[in-house]
Every structure is written in C-alpha cells, then in structure tokens.
Ligand binder design. Sequence first.
Ligand code: NAD
Ligand code: UD1
Length: 313
Amino acid sequence: MKYLITGGAGFIGSSLAKELIKNGHEVTVIDDLSMGKKENLDIERIHFVEGDIRNKELMEKLFNETQFDYVFLLAAIASVADSIQRPIETHEVNLDANLNILELIKEKQKNIRRVVFASSAAVYGDDPSLPKKENSQIKPLSPYAVDKFASEQFVLLYNDLYNVPGSAVRFFNVYGMNQNPQSPYSGVLSIITDRYKQKVAGENAIFNVFGDGKQERDFVFIDDVVQALILVSESKNSRGNVYNVGTGKATSLNKIISIYDDYFQSSLKINYLPTREGDIRYSYSNIDKLKSLGFTPKYSVENGIKLYLENEL
Ligand code: NAD
Ligand code: UD1
C-alpha cells in the first residue's frame, strides 16, 4: 500500500512510518523540519519531501505524482502556547493547509482508502466532566484547539459530503522515543527525560513544574498510538468517526516525577513556577469507542516510561 504522512519526520509520524515500512508498505513523508528531524527517518527506505504543507503547488504536485491508499494528516504546529502567541500563522498550518489537502484529495485521489486526521484532547478544554468521551462538551481554550476541532470536522464532512473516506483521532498526551524536547512547549515527558539525561551527564539539571504538579494527564505510549492509528485507518466501522486515543487512566505530574526518581534511584531538582496560561488541570480519556475496534493499550505509564528510558539513554 502507498501511504502519505504529513509531518512524518516528527515524533508520532516517524514512529508510524517505521511501523508501516516494517509491514512492507511504501511511505512518503512531507515535513518542513520545523520540529521534525531527518534522523528520525530511515531515509533510504522512505520517499522524503522536505516542504511546507501550506505550499499549494508542492502539495498539488505530490498528489498528481502518486495515488495514495492512505493519508495521515499529522503535520501541525503542535504547541498550544505557540498558537496563543501566533494565532494566524498556526491557523494557516493547523487548519487552512489541511483543508487545501482535503480538496486536493477530493479532486485527485479517487481511490483513497482513508484519510486519518490527528486531532487532540485539547478540543475538550477544561470542562470538569471526566473522563472525556467523544461526545463530551467541546470547549476549546486556544487557537490550537479551535483549529484541531475545525480540521477534524472538515475531515468528517468531506467523508459525508464528498465521499472522501475519513476518520479522526484525538490524542491525549503521547510520549516515547524521538519526541523533541527542544521547545519549552515540548511534551512534558520529553523535557523531564532531557533533564535526567543532563543530570546523568553530571550537569546541574533543574526541572520546572508549572503549578503544583497535581495536574493530571492521560499519558499514552507511542507504540499504543501507532497501533491505534493503523487500526482506525483499516477498520471499516471507523469511517466518518472520531476516536479518543489514550489509556483511560490519569497520572499526576508529581507521580511521573516519582516514577523517574525510582528508575534513576535519585531525585531531580524541581522548581515550582506559576501555572501556565491556558493549562488544563485534569484530563483523561474514555476509550470504549476505540476498544470497540479492537484496541487495547499495552503499556502502563510505568512500563512505557521504562521502555522509553531504556531506548533513550
Ligand atoms: P511533532 O511536532 O513532532 O510533529 C509534527 C511535525 O509537523 C513536525 O515534524 C514538524 O516539523 C511538522 N510540521 C510543522 N509545520 C509544518 C508545515 N507547515 N509543513 C510541513 N510540516 C510541518 O508533533 P507530534 O507530537 O508528532 O504530533 C503529531 C500530530 O499529533 C500533530 O498534529 C499534533 O498536533 C497531534 N497531537 C500530538 C499530541 C502529543 O501528545 N504529542 C497530542 C495531541 C495531538
Ligand atoms: C499536550 C500536547 C498538545 C495536545 C494535548 C492533548 C504537547 C507539547 N502538547 O498538551 O499538543 O493537544 O496534550 O491533551 O505534547 N509542564 C511542566 N513543566 C514543563 C512542561 C510542561 O510543568 O517543563 C506541565 C504543563 O504545564 C502541563 C503538563 O505539564 O500542566 C503537560 O504539559 P504538556 O506536555 O505541554 O502537554 P499539554 O499542555 O497537556
């Protein structure tokens, strides 16, 4: 099968690409390398296009050249905080570019089997009802979340209106190998891991906790996420539907820090700072809908972190 992954040099996209190649598929990746890295990819076995999904000519060329079976839309400026600072630029990537791609697929990809869009638990905002179900209240608190919701709805609308087979997934907090810790808005586990690496290297490492550390997230390991993406793309029943992707369990940031301390048998220096603007206090998923497709998360947060650290250090 022929796959296109936008944002495929990033954390989740590169892990998906690896699995698809292992399964014998042909994979094309388009990525502008703003957050992703070429080193994340087996460049010999992937058709890599360095470019911006906002570039309409480039996207048109891509869809003229190849008839894809599956398209995964993962390219995004994935930072909530960045979207609050730069709503127009992030909107162009997180919504406009995806709409343009859907239009191109409608026009040029008549045999497409599925388009899968990577949405986010951020669409639920901080409404107190928990766990979050797919039909829970949508209450976006950032431009990022508004654009994620609009893009996923466009994918579902193109499914219903124009017969472009589409599904969407709402990721909770994904962690694992190849997550880039460079930005202060990178996933929190990639930042903690990076600080521990510094500590192990003998540097004076400090980890900033925004708030009291009692905030809770549904941390889901990358291998479970890849499993979910493939399942959703291949299932007949998932067409026209949106799915939470998480573990169904909540873990506080303080608990995460204690799991790391146990692993390393030493404590990281913690600096408590004020809560971040737009931060959600509690978030975790109900994954019954995904389970109905045959999904079972294989990794507890303890096992996932252990595997992550074994690979990363
Ligand atoms: P990531 O930043 O590692 O991957 C996104 C990729 O998109 C990067 O490689 C980046 O270089 C690329 N990109 C950004 N702008 C681009 C552009 N204009 N043109 C081409 N490529 C561009 O993030 P990730 O964690 O792998 O996330 C993948 C997707 O899942 C994103 O859409 C993100 O919003 C969504 N998501 C992630 C999480 C998470 O916990 N990691 C949670 C919810 C949703
Ligand atoms: C994350 C995703 C977002 C996704 C959402 C879905 C990232 C970067 N963001 O946002 O794309 O839509 O999940 O649920 O993956 N924190 C610290 N110190 C740090 C960094 C973070 O205390 O150095 C705190 C944050 O304030 C927050 C928690 O850790 O309370 C998690 O932060 P983060 O990993 O950025 O994820 P979300 O904000 O949940």
